[in-house]
Design a protein around this ligand. Structure first.
Ligand code: TA6
Length: 318
């Protein structure tokens, strides 16, 4: 079993290549103020994002088995080409269970000042095996960028590289670390329609107030997909006096999920009370999958900023 090698830093883009205990490459990003992030080539999954004080901002299950390379329960798993269970395909698609490559020829990104950020470009293309069960030519690119202010930006791009059109769904399934789920309120999704995944995607409309998580209200699990939502959502943690400000583009829907107590108990890779320390809030394309004609591209961008405030999100989002 390999041991993670010491990081060798590339000062140009402040990245370092290391290996995890399974010998799978990980890319470490850092900024001059102490913030950092880590991306695994397994699934193109962001597995860590720390603020300038070195505090971990993404949730990771207490029962993650690092010796089992499958997508860890936590971080920011990628859902592609589908979200949810679709027939015989893996839940949330196969991209998260493939080894990605560092993209030596990234598409030109409309970054204002990439050279002042620490970032890595990853690429996933289908193998011959993949084409047997999803017969579409694609290039799925991911840029993970750590800003000078410590914010985390993920940009995904899908290109149709073959002669026939295809459709896909996509999600950044972001596990945020919180003090306790009872301290969390989500603003920006008021009055938005949502699918309640437990009700066979029956459509509902969110009430006029922020989303909160009261034990007496949530019986089994909180699992909703908010449809065509505003491009800014605030996840407020009163106890930690901080707000995750999530800005998105090209990702019309927002997934909000917490397994709650009952479901957590039957999840092999979730500690029995881990649900109290996390909330999944991710940008997604679920209600209306993206269709690409030959040669067409799609891009989705998610930026998460950390604001040391737990008051009204109004000034943070708008
Ligand atoms: O978004 C909620 C959900 O569909 C849940 O049903 C649960 O299966 C979760 O996703 C798993 O997501 P993950 O990305 O951790 O595999």
């Amino acid at each position: 079993m390999g041991h993670p090698a010491a990081a060798v830093w590339d000062s140009e883009v402040a990245t370092a290549l290391v290996k995890d205990c399974n010998g799978i490459d990980q890319i470490k990003l850092r900024n001059p103020h102490g913030a950092s992030a880590k991306v695994s080539l397994y699934g193109g999954q962001v597995i860590s994002w720390k603020n300038n004080q070195g505090e971990e901002l993404l949730f990771t299950s207490s029962k993650v088995n690092v010796k089992d390379p499958k997508a860890i329960r936590g971080g920011i798993p990628i859902c592609f080409p589908q979200f949810g269970n679709c027939g015989s395909h893996e839940q949330h698609g196969f991209a998260r269970n493939k080894i990605w490559a560092v993209d030596e020829d990234p598409l030109s990104h409309s970054f204002k000042d990439s050279n002042r950020k620490s970032y890595v470009d990853l690429l996933l293309k289908p193998s011959e095996e993949d084409l047997k069960f999803w017969p579409h030519g694609f290039e799925l690119r991911l840029r993970v960028c750590l800003g000078l202010d410590g914010n985390l930006t993920l940009i995904s791009r899908v290109t149709n590289t073959k002669e026939k059109p295809f459709s896909f769904s996509f999600a950044f399934h972001t596990y945020l670390s919180v003090s306790d789920i009872s301290e969390v309120r989500i603003e920006g999704l008021e009055t938005v329609d949502y699918f309640d995944n437990l009700s066979e995607r029956e459509r509902f409309t969110e009430q006029g107030d922020a989303i909160t998580f009261e034990a007496e209200v949530i019986i089994e699990v909180f699992e909703r997909v908010y449809l065509r939502s505003p491009n800014c959502v605030a996840v407020i943690d009163h106890e930690k006096r901080r707000t995750f400000v999530i800005k998105k583009d090209g990702l019309p829907d927002v997934v909000v999920w917490n397994p709650w107590e009952k479901k957590s108990k039957v999840m092999a890779d979730m500690g029995y009370d881990d649900y109290r320390k996390m909330v999944c809030v991710g940008g997604a394309v679920i209600e209306k999958p993206i269709s690409l004609k030959p040669g067409e591209k799609w891009a989705g961008r998610l930026e998460i900023n950390l604001a040391n405030s737990s008051f009204c999100s109004e000034p943070l989002c708008f």
